[in-house]
Design a protein around this ligand. Structure first.
Ligand code: TTP
Ligand code: MG
Length: 355
């Protein structure tokens, strides 16, 4: 039976938090990020409200460019402590809707409400209830995507932001995804987009119909992964990644890493050590996750559950590399890999039983 998965993502999160405490900011362009110093400032835009987006400003843009596009906008320095406090309140609200909850960044989370909802009509009502509760308690809006897996739910929550609620049932996935540009596919960044376009692949539909051999010859196993994603296949496993039945290793870099090849080599090292830990404990694993902290301390976790229990080092490294692709081109401060859903081998007890 297909699951019912919600992806909840707050709208213009940092700047909406600012508007919450200073309502006079509402309705006018506002940008959170580095100090623009009247156009001479360095650093980038963290985010901006939808009024500022009309001027072409977006996350990651140099603050000097944002200033030149809209000098009359209000520019605010990020207050991470304040945003984290609000994020915790929101996650607490969401956790109450299902035991199957997974936070994936400061302003987004997945919920599996299959049992609670029963069908997509009821799921939609629950989605509205969530929006209402967040608005009443925190005076903030969010967008929600509902589908049978995390991949499609996430694309759906993003597509008609802000303040949207989109349901994509199983039979609607293909018509929903096909016309979208490849960039909308989770994990396809600017570099991969360019490479795909050079192969004549413009839409998710083009990608879904591409030859496996051709894509694998250009992208390796990632090519296959992209085709499956374009066909709407994705994980429906929703759970707190950093639970107790897990082992992990992470590394903080002295200097941020921007070179993606270097990051992949770090993953190989961490994966190899983790494999030794796994073997020493006599465990098998089902889920591989990564944790990525960027230069500005934003922290993300991504996970993938295999359909079987594995004891292979190859799969640890392979899966972690697939998951980290999304962060290509970003400045990474910390990388971690975690194995969870552990089981003791040869009749040994699971690690959970020992805790
Ligand atoms: P997002 O959810 O990507 O963006 P958003 O919430 O501001 O806007 P949207 O309505 O499109 O969801 O990111 C959440 C927060 O993370 C964002 O408010 C600020 C921070 N952030 C950065 O600091 N830098 C970035 O490059 C991005 C993408 C986000
Ligand atoms: Mg958001």
């Amino acid at each position: 039976m297909p699951r019912i998965i919600l992806h909840i993502d707050m709208d213009a999160f940092f700047v909406s938090c600012e508007e919450k405490r200073s309502p006079s900011l509402k309705g006018k362009p506002a940008v959170v990020g580095a100090d623009p110093k009247e156009g001479r400032g360095r650093g980038v835009v963290s985010t901006c409200n939808y009024e500022a987006r009309k001027f072409g400003i977006h996350s990651g843009m140099p603050i000097s460019k944002a200033y030149s596009l809209c000098p009359k906008a209000t520019f605010l320095i990020p207050d991470f402590h304040y945003y984290s406090k609000i994020s915790k309140n929101i996650m607490k609200i969401l956790r109450n809707y299902s035991e199957r909850f997974q936070q994936v960044s400061i302003d987004e989370a997945f919920l599996d409400i299959t049992e609670k909802a029963g069908d997509f009509e009821k799921a939609k009502l629950i989605g509205f209830e969530i929006k209402q509760e967040i608005f009443e308690k925190e005076n903030l809006t969010c967008s929600i995507g509902i589908s049978v897996n995390k991949l499609v739910a996430k694309i759906a929550s993003d597509l008609y932001k802000p303040c949207s609620l989109i349901v994509v049932k199983e039979y609607e996935i293909s018509p929903f995804l096909q016309p979208l540009p490849i960039r909308k596919l989770y994990g396809v960044g600017p570099k991969t987009e360019q490479k795909l376009k050079a192969l004549g692949i413009e839409t998710i539909g083009n990608l879904a119909q591409s030859s496996k051999e051709k894509l694998m010859s250009h992208f390796g196993v990632y090519g296959l992964y992209m085709i499956l994603s374009a066909q709407g296949q994705g994980s429906d496993f929703v759970a707190e990644i950093y639970g107790r039945d897990s082992i992990s290793r992470e590394r903080t870099f002295f200097e941020d890493i921007e070179d993606f090849n270097k990051l992949e080599r770090e993953i190989e090292k961490i994966g190899t050590f983790l494999y030794q830990d796994l073997n020493d404990g006599g465990y098998s694993y089902k889920t591989v996750s990564i944790k990525v902290r960027l230069h500005d301390f934003r922290t993300y976790t991504r996970a993938r559950t295999l359909g079987y229990e594995s004891t292979q080092d190859r799969e640890i490294i392979h899966t972690a590399k697939l998951l980290v692709r999304e962060f290509e081109g970003k400045k990474v401060r910390l990388i971690g890999v975690r194995l969870s859903n552990l089981k003791g081998r040869k009749g040994q007890r699971s690690i959970v039983e020992f805790c």
